[in-house]
Design a binder for this molecule. Sequence first.
Ligand SMILES: Cc1cc2nc3c(=O)[nH]c(=O)nc-3n(C[C@H](O)[C@H](O)[C@H](O)COP(=O)(O)OP(=O)(O)OC[C@H]3O[C@@H](n4cnc5c(N)ncnc54)[C@H](O)[C@@H]3O)c2cc1C
Length: 433
Amino acid sequence: MELHGWGRYPRISSQVEFPKTVLELRDTLGQPNALIARGLGRSYGDSSLADHVVTTEHLSRFTSFDANSGLLTCDAGVSLSEILAVFVPQGWFLPVTPGTRFVTVGGAIASDVHGKNHHVDGTFGQHVAHLTLMLGNGKVIQASPTEHADLFYATCGGMGLTGIIIAATIKLKPIRSHLITETTIKAPNLDAVLQAFEDNRSATYSVAWIDCLAKGKDLGRSLLMLGEHVDNGGLIAETTKPMTIPVDMPVSLLNKASIRCFNSLYYHRVRQSSLTRSISYEPFFYPLDKIAHWNRLYGKPGFVQYQFVLPKHTGVTGMRTILERIAASGRGSFLAVLKVFGAENQNLLSFPLEGYTLALDFKAEPAVFGLLDELDKLVLNFGGRLYLTKDARMSEQTFKASYPNWQAFEDVRDRYHAIGKFASIQSQRLGLQ
Ligand SMILES: Cc1cc2nc3c(=O)[nH]c(=O)nc-3n(C[C@H](O)[C@H](O)[C@H](O)COP(=O)(O)OP(=O)(O)OC[C@H]3O[C@@H](n4cnc5c(N)ncnc54)[C@H](O)[C@@H]3O)c2cc1C
């Protein structure tokens, strides 16, 4: 099968297996070549790509739910969308959710995803009570912060390289309504938006859309969205049918002029300095899910998403320097998202560290790769790192210089029979065994 991540770059031909039971899953390990697990393929780059891929599509049962504690046990192939459909009407929500609900529980753990509430609630892995993993020798074991803790902290954020997550128990969060109060604050430049993040540190959810092509006094102009769960208004699981982009668009649709025009219109859509409204959780958390296959907008060559984090002490200067470089290149994306992160966790390869993170899309074209290499150097100089689940091109040197626990991660993999058994195109590029 031809496979690719959400960025549709790179594309490869793979042998893909769809086991329906744990026994069938174990059989996939009998082959000589290493394999990688795959959920819904919403990682942007090559982390779920390999010559031999095993999907969790058919491992998708709910096992148990404790309505006193909110603990849900389900298979790794269950999607966040399926959890919301069943549990929002019962008054429960995800503790942490990325910007799409079409990801699996296994994928959310393996990437240790973050949401708009990282500064308050940390990552997805911090709400996993325990998980069940198939090791490279076919053995199935449980891992948690108290049982095989080394394996647990390597698996959360471990990009599928420690084993195949079969099931997990996660703690859901009680809600009284499916509605969110959203307040949008217009920030005229970078200093203003970073200050607004700090002023609203107690907000449960915060995220800013940033005009990455604005220059000079407008550099970093943004709309900051804050959100809180509402106490009334019903408990309705959203099931809006998305619009779809049916075919690949000509690449020329997303050029410098159209992106500049979109960014300007988007920024000026909010006229007053601040606007508050109540909206369902779906448009608040998942605006992009409204358009199925929006990734086709970039045309056949696909795109790369570039997400970096800078620590707080270098964040303001670093963000300014990087935004200036991107604005000067004229190669900005029409979706650039800025978030604030809280404290780093114990997971060996988790991405977040306390500071600021920015995510941007770039068309996959030759000139972009040179620009991104330059940005890598800036990110490293400012003490930051890149997000593995978005990456399709980072060098081994950049990875090893910015993820200081990579050797400890390899040691855990060695202890638990993962080396030579689990590998992706990404892990090979990054020099992991
Ligand atoms: C529109 C959009 C918005 C996004 N927003 C955010 C965001 O706000 N925050 C954020 O953190 N991420 C975000 N992401 C990224 C996404 O949340 C992650 O890439 C997530 O891991 C995708 O899950 P998946 O099930 O599609 O996994 P895949 O893409 O299939 O795989 C991702 C990784 O998980 C591993 N994996 C998958 N299943 C298993 C398993 N059962 N056992 C072991 N390893 C496994 C794979 O090997 C791979 O390394 C976004 C993605 C999109 C497309």
